[in-house]
Design a binder for this molecule. Structure first.
Ligand code: FAD
Length: 459
């Protein structure tokens, strides 16, 4: 079944595209070379064998490259006037086909909007296209850094993180991205014949956070910062992953330890971490952590008390040419495995905080031969808990769905990474009400990334 038949949206006709191009001629850089357009119509959906089958080959018709908000407004207005679908693109590192246009049209690359407007103490205002490592580089002399970043910090844009990401390195301290205060303000261009430019503050920023670019184009973001700390990358090894998880939780709960990342990973996943071979002994689980240097003595004591042994301590270095330990965590753990064996895939889970270790042990025991445990300690609704990105061998969609159902039946939430709609990918299987309402106001014809917000009905 074609996408159009599935969700009722149609591809623009050649006549419509010609009218759009005439409208934008000389105002914005447009690229029509099919190979270049297709390349920028892809993201990392291929992590999922199911999405790989569904999305491979889909492409926009035209790539537009915006270098300013005025150019974004020009593209938004033209798409609205001509009824052409518009899909945003930052770094293109999303995992669920978020940046893949299902119905052709325009893919708008906003990586040119990469200027830091200002920084005042613990707040920065920046264009959405700046890469997150460049932003931290720019901030460092002031003594501040971003509160959190995905493990793709070196390739992802801040706008793509806000529109498509959920959390990452730093979430053990600051929670997930959508938690109140983690995004201070967003400037948004609407998809209307005469686009409006809105400034969202407070809870209104949730209109665009994790909305897959279906609710307006972010042209500036105000993000809160944290003081820079001297982060040390650490690997500790344990006899089994439950001991690593229990010790990781104890480290998380210890107020004397400054931490940005706590990641228990079961064997055999470390066998694919080739550059870390010397510090990941055969058969042992590992705990990867980022610890503030002055609190290392307290951390070391916790590791010893938890039955672990530290095999690596080195200052964080994410300059070009080096590989920081966070590139073995979050969804980079999956990537390290997929680099050599594409038969693996993954899930995204959230364990209940009130019976955390019981829940982790229960799920480990339930699928001993099918699932390999990988956990990330995060703060969630004011409590520490483990999010999971467990790896599993893909057999059939039915088996995958049965494994998901078994998690959910035991109170472990799953955000399914094998679907491309916003609703199906959330724990609650619905779009946030504030986003549906906001979409009606900013994209009444449903032209933004059509097909991704399944429950939206165009006016
Ligand atoms: P893109 O992929 O370009 O876009 C993401 C979504 O945002 C798309 O729907 C796009 O249309 C929309 N969008 C982009 N720019 C705008 C804009 N200006 N206005 C409106 N909408 C826009 N995610 C995490 O949250 N945490 C992780 O730790 C993490 N680790 C990852 C590891 C690997 C190896 C990979 C492949 C992915 C990982 N991800 C993770 C997913 C992804 O890397 C992040 O969410 C990243 O922040 C996306 O940024 P991007 O610039 O690549 O976004």
């Amino acid at each position: 079944m074609t996408q159009a038949a599935k969700d009722g949206h149609a591809r623009p006709s050649p006549e419509t595209l010609a009218a759009l191009k005439a409208d934008l001629a000389g105002r914005v850089v447009l690229v029509e070379d099919p190979a270049r357009v297709r390349k920028r119509s892809r993201d990392f959906f291929w992590y999922s064998p199911i999405l790989d089958a569904e999305l491979n080959g889909l492409s926009a018709d035209i790539l537009a490259e915006a270098a300013s908000e005025a150019e974004v407004v020009a593209v938004a207005g033209a798409c609205a006037r001509h009824g052409v679908p518009l899909t945003l693109r930052g770094g293109g590192t999303g995992n669920y086909g978020q940046a893949v246009p299902l119905h052709g049209g325009v893919v708008l690359d906003v990586s040119g909007l990469d200027t830091v407007e200002w920084q005042r103490g613990e707040v920065v205002r920046t264009g959405p296209g700046i890469r997150m490592n460049k932003l931290d580089e720019a901030l460092r002399p002031s003594g501040f850094e971003q509160r959190m970043h995905p493990s793709t910090k070196r390739t992802a844009s801040i706008g793509g993180f806000v529109a498509g990401g959920s959390g990452g390195i730093g979430s053990v301290r600051y929670g997930q991205l959508r938690e109140r205060g983690n995004i201070r303000a967003a400037r948004v261009v609407t998809l209307e014949p005469e686009p409006r430019v809105l400034e969202l503050t407070g809870d209104a920023v949730n209109g665009v956070a994790h909305a897959y670019g279906t609710t307006g184009i972010i042209t500036a973001l105000e993000m809160p910062l944290a003081p820079v700390r001297p982060w040390i990358d650490v690997v500790a090894v344990f006899d089994d992953v439950l001991a690593a998880a229990a010790c990781g939780l104890a480290v998380g709960q210890d107020a004397a330890i400054g931490k940005k990342l706590i990641t228990p990973i079961a064997w055999p996943l470390p066998q694919w971490f080739t550059p870390l071979k010397n510090v990941c002994p055969e058969g042992q689980a590992i705990l990867i952590a980022m610890i503030s240097e002055e609190t290392l003595p307290a951390f070391r004591a916790r590791i010893a008390a938890g039955g672990g042994r530290i095999t690596l301590e080195r200052p964080l270095d994410d300059a070009p040419g080096s590989v920081p330990l966070y590139e073995y965590t979050w969804n980079h753990t999956t990537l390290q495995v997929l680099k050599t064996d594409r038969s693996w895939t993954y899930l995204q889970s959230l364990h209940p905080a009130d019976r955390l270790m019981e829940s982790v042990a229960e799920m480990a025991a339930l699928f001993p031969d099918e699932i390999v445990i990988h956990l990330e300690l995060i703060e969630f609704a004011g409590q520490l808990t483990y999010a999971g990105l467990p790896l599993l061998k893909f057999t059939t969609p039915e088996r995958l769905n049965a494994i998901i159902a078994a998690h959910e039946a035991r109170g472990v939430w799953i955000a399914n990474p094998h679907v491309y709609t916003l609703e199906d990918g959330t724990r609650h299987k619905r779009a946030e009400v504030d986003q549906l309402g906001f979409k009606r106001a900013v994209d009444p014809r449903g032209l933004m990334n059509p097909g991704k917000m399944r429950t939206f009905t165009p006016a």
